[in-house]
Design a binder for this molecule. Structure first.
Ligand code: NZQ
Ligand code: ZN
Length: 393
């Protein structure tokens, strides 16, 4: 096991009707004037936004509003949010929504605490981030894990790039997680969320074995739990117990717990972000559309790991053989299909792509062939190009 530090400062308030506590939570964490950040329609239409505003008013908190965050959240929208936050002199950013809204809130918090610094410079590492404003989250979809993660992802439409940053300053101070809020989700979004939760665990799992038995057991248990409850949830989004399990898995999957004591990979995410920036597709779907091809490309370098995974997660024969490793990959892709997630670019809904486009996607994913992806098998741009080719059907 490698050395690690694990610090999770986010206070989690979980369960029915917990959104009514949001005013008290903001007060407890030092907020006096709040920028309320939300997405397109869902929070308004469900009445959640009104309940949140009432809870803030009950604590006599002043509020400014910034709606309109969209999936694959945009840099320019976050920048405009920073201007508003500075004008209104807010001292707390409250996200009501999913990963796109929470990441927008994180970006606004960073920009507001660092006036004059361009957000994209922070996202590209040109500007060093040393302070931010506190962010709280009222979560409405179990997926990205942004409510407890140290990461935030933005899309810069001008340069056609989607990028994330990791910093402890990205951890929200609290996350309100009421699974009831997720029952209005379309089934496709529920499935995208399940896929993303699985992927956050898989990206920490398929690394050369570092002898992390406890971490492995957490990851395997989480995968079994989210898959079993995912089956129920896509049939019945009103199943509170299933939605609760998925929501809890979502946070645990991306707060680093499932990867303690070993490095983090996230290569499939790099491929997914390249697809998301170019085709504006749903994040979870972008990941499943290439995961099987990625696994097929790398598994021979660590057949044993894939067999162990198949045994622990799917109850397959764990004896080390190519056949069993392939069975584990097939079982995973089969599960994606079962919940309605794509396993190829055409199933992702973007059609078959020209080879030149696949090459550009590979360059985007590898920052122009300057970084190598994956640990089981190191991937240069040409390898990633090959993976996109394998998914191009
Ligand atoms: O905008 P509204 O109307 O709210 O609609 C949203 C959106 O269309 C809808 N929705 C959310 N809650 C709902 C609901 N519809 C009905 N009822 C509800 N309760 O769902 C759609 C997707 O929302 P979004 O916030 O985009 O989903 P998700 O949580 O999957 O976030 C995806 C974004 O997070 C990034 C992704 O790249 C993507 O940009 N990620 C962020 C991470 C992080 N910060 O740690 C890690 C992830 O790997 C991921 O990269
Ligand atoms: Zn993700």
């Amino acid at each position: 096991m490698q050395n690690f530090t694990f610090y999770l400062p986010t206070e989690i308030v979980f369960g029915r009707a917990t959104e009514f506590c949001v005013g008290q939570e903001v007060r407890k964490h030092g907020g006096t004037k709040v920028l309320l950040v939300y997405g397109g329609r869902s929070a308004k239409e469900s009445g959640l936004l009104d309940r949140v505003k009432q809870a803030l008013a009950d604590e006599a908190l002043a509020v400014a509003e910034w709606g309109g965050a969209q999936p694959n959240p945009r840099l320019d929208h976050a920048e405009a949010g920073v201007e508003l936050a500075l004008r209104e002199q807010v001292d707390f950013i409250l996200a009501v929504g999913g990963g796109s809204v929470i990441d927008t809130a994180k970006a606004i918090a960073h920009g507001t605490a660092n006036p004059g610094v361009r957000l994209w410079d922070i996202w590209t590492g040109k500007a060093q981030l040393t302070r931010s404003l506190p962010v709280g989250a009222v979560l409405t979809i179990a997926a990205a894990g942004s409510e407890t993660s140290d990461s935030a992802v933005l899309t810069n439409m001008e340069v056609g790039k989607k990028a994330g940053i990791n910093t402890p300053l990205n951890r929200p101070v609290f996350a309100i997680m009421n699974p009831e809020l997720t029952c209005t989700l379309p089934k496709y979004q529920i499935a995208c969320g399940i896929a993303d939760i699985m992927m956050h665990t898989l990206e920490r799992y398929f690394l050369p074995d570092q002898k992390n038995q406890m971490t492995d057991e957490i990851a395997e248990g989480l995968l079994r739990t989210v898959m079993a409850n995912g089956r129920i949830a896509v049939r019945d989004p009103h199943d509170y117990d299933a939605m609760s399990e998925i929501m809890w898995c979502g946070s645990l999957s991306h707060n680093d717990l499932t990867g303690l004591g070993r490095p983090k990979d996230f290569s499939v995410h790099k491929l997914g972000h390249a697809l998301g920036a170019r085709f504006d597709c749903a994040h979870g779907a972008s990941l499943t559309s290439v995961w099987g091809s990625w696994a097929e490309y790398v598994y021979r370098n660590d057949v044993g790991r894939f067999c162990h995974y198949g045994e622990k997660v799917f109850g397959l024969d764990g004896e080390i053989s190519e056949q069993n490793a392939r069975a584990a990959i097939a079982a995973t892709v089969g599960y994606f299909r079962e919940i309605g997630m794509p396993s190829s670019l055409s199933e992702l809904g973007i059609g078959l792509q020209e080879d030149a486009v696949l090459r550009e996607l590979a360059l985007d994913a590898t920052k122009g062939d300057t970084v190598e992806l994956s640990f089981i098998r190191r991937l240069k741009a040409e390898d990633v190009h090959q993976i996109f080719r394998m998914a191009n059907h």
